[in-house]
Design a binder for this molecule. Structure first.
Ligand SMILES: [Zn+2]
Length: 201
């Protein structure tokens, strides 16, 4: 039997054995299946953009594989639906609630929206110029714990009064009661990313 040593195996991607296309509203998800000799019992999958990449053991029968794909697709569609329902209108309502609850409703802004093009930051709030008062929240944090997402919103709202990370800014933001806990969460995230937490929002 010819056996290729693991170390010299090239990472050349195998051609997918099965490709399915699944409609998701105006989007199309692509499902690719690669048979992987290294897998013994269970399949692995990841969602990469709009492509679901599945690696399945060579021994998994086609019928079982089809059942598995149905399950994976159902789960991805459900998650994507949930993400869409957390839309910008929800974010606006959430910001108003935080403004009322912790800042006596005294803060104003022009817009608040989820964005998918922030590379490093988790949130931003512009001050001055044509985009004054536009708050952007990275959609990477949509599924983070509510107290952390609320903190990020409160942080950006507080910048409407104090644009910089001054002592006054932190004192003002401390009105949001989970500030310390949420900052700890974000410090942990920043540490893993080798980033400065103060640069993230
Ligand atoms: Zn900030």
């Amino acid at each position: 039997m010819h056996r290729q040593p693991a170390m010299t195996r090239t990472p050349h991607p195998a051609r997918p054995e099965i490709v399915r296309h699944v409609a998701d509203g105006p989007h199309t998800l692509t499902v690719e299946v690669v048979r992987d000799r290294r897998l013994r019992t269970s399949a692995r999958w990841t969602l990469n953009g709009e492509t679901i990449q599945v690696r399945a053991p060579v021994t998994l029968p086609r019928k079982k594989l089809d059942e598995l794909l149905d399950k994976i697709i159902a789960r991805v569609l459900k998650e994507r639906d949930r993400a869409r329902r957390h839309n910008d209108a929800d974010l606006e309502r959430r910001a108003r609630r935080i403004n009322r609850a912790y800042f006596a409703g005294e803060l104003g802004w022009h817009s608040i929206r989820w964005v998918d093009n922030m590379q490093h930051r988790l949130g931003s709030c512009s001050s001055g110029g044509s985009t004054d008062g536009d708050i952007r929240i990275s959609d990477r944090i949509r599924e983070w714990p509510d107290y952390v997402v609320d903190y990020v919103i409160a942080h950006e709202l507080a910048h409407r009064r104090h644009p910089n990370h001054s002592a006054d800014f932190w004192a003002y933001l401390a009105r949001y009661p989970h500030t310390e806990r949420a900052r700890g969460f974000i410090e942990g995230f920043a540490y893993a990313q080798r980033a400065d937490p103060d640069d993230l929002l």
